[in-house]
Design a protein around this ligand. Sequence first.
Ligand code: SF4
Ligand code: SF4
Length: 56
Amino acid sequence: MAYIINDSCINCGACIEECPTEAITAGAEKPDIDADKCIDCGACAGVCPVDAPVED
Ligand code: SF4
Ligand code: SF4
């Protein structure tokens, strides 16, 4: 399991610094989550203003 970022993302970047495993990297439309690094902690979802990170 890993989190993914859905299309409601406004690319604010807040989740990138929040991730404890540096699984999230910046992208042109929205950040990308490396499923191999994601530990399902939910920190990205907690900081996101639009609830874009969801469990895959
Ligand atoms: Fe990073 Fe946790 Fe979000 Fe996974 S759930 S991308 S480990 S902040
Ligand atoms: Fe997108 Fe939410 Fe991350 Fe901001 S915090 S970049 S809106 S997923």
